[in-house]
Design a protein around this ligand. Structure first.
Ligand code: SF4
Length: 240
C-alpha cells in the first residue's frame, strides 16, 4: 500500500527533505539551543548586576556616559568622590564644568564627557523637570547619550528588557552565535528576536559578564565555559 504523504503535504509543506520542513526544524533546534544557553546563565547567576556604581537613575546616566571607552573600575574610582557631592542634575550644574572636568580627569575623553554631562544636566532640568525620562527615544535626545547608553539606563534603572550591545556582547553574540550582525544595532535587533522573553531582562548582564570574564576577546576560556557544549564557535580554546 502506498504510504500516505501525511498532514504536512496536505498543508502544502514539503515532506521529501524540502526546504520549508528542514528550515522549520533548524529554527526549532536553534531556539532550543538559545533557551538552553540562557537557562544555564540564569541557573549560575539568577540576579546578575552591572559593575558600575550609582545611586539613582541620574548618577547611573552619568556613570554610563563616563564609561564609553573606559573601564568600569576606572569610572567607579572617579565617581566615588563625584557622587558624594552630586546626585542630581541641579547639583551637577551647581558644581560646574570646570570642577567636573577636574574630578573625572583620570577617565579617557574627559573633556568631551564633562561638556556632555553638563549640557545633558541642563536639558534634564529644563525639559524633564530634573528627572531622567523613562523613555529610550527621549534619553537619546540628550547630549552624549546614544542608543547603547539609553538601553543601559532603561534596563538597569527602569527594569526594561533592553539589550545594550557593547564590544563584549557584540563579540559573544557573533561567536556563539546567538545573533550575527555587522553592527551593534543589527546584533541588538537579532538578539531581541531570538532571546526568549523570560530571559530578556537580564540577558544584557549575562552576556557582558560572560564576555568580560570567560569569552574573552583574544583567548576565550572555553575549557571552563558553562555553555561550551552549546556553542558553535569553531576555534575554541579547549585547554588552559
Ligand atoms: S565555548 Fe568558548 S567561544 Fe564559546 S561561548 Fe564559551 S568561551 Fe566563548
Amino acid at each position: 500500500m502506498a504510504k500516505s504523504a501525511g498532514p504536512r503535504a496536505a498543508a502544502g509543506l514539503s515532506v521529501a527533505g524540502g526546504a520549508p520542513a528542514a528550515s522549520a526544524k533548524a529554527r526549532a533546534a536553534q531556539a532550543g539551543r538559545i533557551a538552553a544557553i540562557f537557562a544555564r546563565f540564569e541557573a549560575a547567576s539568577p540576579h546578575p548586576e552591572g559593575e558600575l556604581d550609582y545611586i539613582n537613575p541620574y548618577t547611573l546616566l552619568v556613570a554610563v556616559t563616563l564609561s564609553a571607552q573606559a573601564t568600569d573600575v576606572g569610572v567607579n574610582k572617579a565617581t566615588k568622590a563625584l557622587f558624594a557631592l552630586v546626585d542630581s542634575p541641579q547639583k551637577m550644574l551647581a558644581l560646574g564644568e570646570d570642577r567636573l572636568r577636574e574630578m573625572i580627569r583620570t577617565i579617557g575623553l574627559y573633556r568631551t564627557k564633562a561638556k556632555h554631562i553638563i549640557e545633558a544636566s541642563r536639558q534634564l532640568v529644563e525639559r524633564f523637570g530634573g528627572e531622567v525620562p523613562h523613555d529610550r527615544a527621549a534619553l537619546e535626545t540628550l547630549p552624549g547619550v546614544g542608543r547603547k547608553t539609553a538601553n543601559v539606563v532603561m534596563n538597569i534603572a527602569f527594569g526594561a528588557a533592553t539589550i545594550a550591545v557593547d564590544t563584549h556582547i557584540f563579540r559573544v553574540s557573533n561567536r556563539i552565535p546567538l545573533a550575527k550582525g555587522k553592527t551593534p544595532l543589527e546584533v541588538e535587533l537579532g538578539l531581541e528576536r531570538v532571546i526568549p522573553d523570560v530571559y530578556k531582562r537580564h540577558a544584557h548582564h549575562w552576556l557582558i559578564l560572560h564576555g568580560r570574564y570567560v569569552c574573552k576577546a583574544r583567548r576565550p576560556e572555553c575549557w571552563r565555559c558553562l555553555i561550551a557544549d552549546l556553542c558553535n564557535f569553531p576555534d575554541k580554546t579547549l585547554l588552559p
